[in-house]
Ligand binder design. Structure first.
Ligand SMILES: *Cc1c(COP(=O)(O)O)cnc(C)c1O
Length: 392
C-alpha cells in the first residue's frame, strides 16, 4: 500500500510536539481568536513576506472574503482558469459575480496569460490565477495585464504555500493571496482552515471585519459579514507545522526530480514541467544544479499526462497505489456551471488535460523504493492490455 498522501505519518513523526501544543491551547481556554491564532497570523505573514494576514475558516472562505474585500459583486466578472478545484469559481459565484474562464498552458496546468486579454470586458474586475499543484503562475505577465487594464488580482495559493516566483512567495504578488489548510495541503491542519494575506491595510481591515460578522466593535456591525475564523486548536497545530514547511517542500521537490528521472524512459508518460519566465521548461535532473532564482514549485501533486488514463488509474489502485485524476471535469463542463453556456470545445487544452491527468503518490515522507514501485506499476500498466469489458 502506497497512499497518495499520508497525513497520519506526519502526525506520528512529531506527535510529542503536536500533543503538547494542542493540550496547551486547550488548557489556556481562549478558544476563539486566541493567542495561537494571533501568533500564527504574525508568523504566517512573516513567512510569506506579507504585511498582514487574517486566519479564516477555510481556503474557500479566504477566496470569498478576499473578493468581498475588493467589493466585487453582482454584475462583475472575474477571470480564472477552468482547470482547478470548484472552490475557486465557487468563491466568485458566492459574491454574486460571474466567473469567466480562459484556457490553460498544458505544460504547467496553469492559466495561459495569452488568453486573458481577449477575455477582458467592461465588467471585468479581477484576475484570479491558481498556482495549481504548487507551481507558480507566470506572475510577471499576469500583473502586467492587471495593471494595464486596471484589474485587481487575487491569488489562489491553496496548493502552493511556500512556492516562489523570482524569489518571492506566491500570495504576495496580487492584491490579496488566499491559502487553504485543508488536511492534505502542503501545510495542512487537522480540520479546516484558511488564510488571507495582503500588503494593503484597507483590505486587511475589511477581511478581518467580515470574518467576524462585519464589525470591528462587538455587537456593532458595519456590513453583513460571516462567521469564519481560523480555529485556535488548528492554529496551535499549524504553528508547529510551519517550522517544518520548507523542509517538507524541499523533500517534495526532490521526490519530483526522482520521478522525472525514473519516468524518463517511459515515452508514453508526460512529466510535469516547470516553466520559467524565460520559457525554459523542465526541472534539472541533478539537484545540485537546481536554479531556484526564478521559480520553486512545491509539488502539492505530482501529475503526469497519459492517454488511457482511466485504465492506468485502475491498474495503480489495484496494486494498492493511491492515485487520482485531479480534475476529471473542467469547471466549464460542470453541471453547476451549465448556465454559463460554455460547451465542449470551449477550452480545448483544459479538456484534453482533464482526460489525461494522473496524480501519483506525493508527500514528504515518500521513500525512494516506493517511488520505484509506483513507476514500475505504471510501466506494467502501460504494457497490459486494456480490458474492453471491465465486468468480464
Ligand atoms: C483546496 C483548494 C481550495 C479550497 O480550500 P478549502 O480549504 O478546502 O476550502 C481552493 N482552491 C484550490 C485550488 C484548492 O486546491
Amino acid at each position: 500500500m502506497i497512499p497518495l498522501c499520508d497525513v497520519q505519518q506526519q502526525y506520528l513523526s512529531l506527535k510529542t510536539e503536536f500533543d503538547a501544543a494542542i493540550l496547551d491551547a486547550v488548557a489556556r481556554g481562549r478558544y476563539i481568536l486566541g493567542p495561537n491564532v494571533q501568533a500564527f497570523e504574525r508568523e504566517f505573514a512573516e513567512y510569506c513576506g506579507a504585511a498582514h494576514s487574517v486566519g479564516v475558516g477555510s481556503g474557500t472562505d479566504a477566496l470569498h472574503l478576499a473578493l468581498r474585500a475588493l467589493d466585487i459583486g453582482p454584475g462583475d466578472e472575474v477571470i480564472t482558469t477552468p482547470f482547478t478545484f470548484i472552490a475557486t469559481a465557487e468563491a466568485i459565484s458566492l459574491v454574486g459575480a460571474t466567473p469567466v474562464f480562459c484556457d490553460i498552458d498544458p505544460q504547467t496546468f496553469n492559466i495561459d496569460p495569452a488568453g486573458i486579454e481577449p477575455a477582458i470586458s467592461e465588467r471585468t474586475r479581477a484576475i484570479l490565477p491558481v498556482h495549481l499543484y504548487g507551481q507558480p503562475c507566470d506572475m510577471d505577465r499576469i500583473m502586467d495585464l492587471a495593471s494595464a487594464n486596471g484589474l485587481a488580482v487575487v491569488e489562489d495559493c491553496a496548493q502552493a504555500v511556500g512556492a516562489t516566483f523570482r524569489g518571492r512567495r506566491v500570495g504576495t504578488f496580487g492584491d490579496l493571496g488566499c491559502f487553504s489548510f485543508f488536511p492534505s495541503k502542503n501545510l495542512g491542519a487537522m480540520g479546516d482552515g484558511g488564510m488571507v494575506v495582503t500588503d494593503h491595510a484597507e483590505y486587511f481591515e475589511r477581511v478581518e471585519m467580515l470574518r467576524r460578522h462585519g464589525g470591528r466593535v462587538k455587537y456593532h456591525h458595519e456590513v453583513v459579514g460571516v462567521n469564519s475564523r481560523l480555529d485556535e486548536l488548528q492554529a496551535a497545530i499549524l504553528r508547529v507545522k510551519l517550522r517544518y514547511l520548507d523542509t517538507w517542500n524541499d523533500l517534495r521537490r526532490n521526490h519530483a526530480q526522482r520521478y522525472n528521472r525514473l519516468l524518463s524512459g517511459l515515452t508514453a508518460v508526460q512529466c510535469p514541467a516547470e516553466r520559467n519566465p524565460t520559457g525554459d521548461t523542465g526541472i534539472p535532473l541533478d539537484s545540485s544544479s537546481v536554479d531556484n532564482s526564478f521559480l520553486t514549485a512545491v509539488y502539492h501533486q505530482y501529475t503526469v499526462q497519459v492517454s488511457e488514463r482511466d485504465h492506468l488509474l485502475a491498474q495503480l489502485r489495484q496494486a494498492g497505489i493511491g492515485s487520482h485524476a485531479y480534475y476529471p471535469v473542467p469547471l466549464h463542463q460542470q453541471q453547476a456551471y451549465a448556465a454559463l453556456n460554455y460547451g465542449e470545445g470551449s477550452f480545448p487544452q483544459a479538456e484534453r488535460v482533464a482526460e489525461r491527468c494522473l496524480s501519483i503518490p506525493m508527500f514528504p515522507e515518500l521513500q525512494p523504493e516506493q517511488q520505484s514501485q509506483v513507476v514500475q506499476t505504471l510501466a506494467q500498466g502501460l504494457e497490459s492490455p486494456r480490458r474492453s469489458n471491465p465486468a468480464a
